[in-house]
Design a protein around this ligand. Structure first.
Ligand SMILES: [Zn+2]
Length: 52
């Protein structure tokens, strides 16, 4: 199931499945929020996800 995370910075990060969503969120964090790299576990990312 496709899911998305609404980042507090206003960006919406989408993925077609959990693995893709987590990878995309991690990529977004590396690009936009380098200070947060390593602070979010897979479970936390999926906990922020909503159905898209
Ligand atoms: Zn962001």
């Amino acid at each position: 199931m496709a899911k998305q995370v609404n980042c507090p910075c206003g960006e919406t990060v989408r993925g077609n499945d959990d693995d893709e969503l987590v990878a995309n969120v991690e990529g977004h964090v590396r690009d936009k929020h380098p200070e947060m790299v390593g602070t979010m576990s897979r479970d936390q990312i999926l906990g922020m996800a909503v159905d898209s």
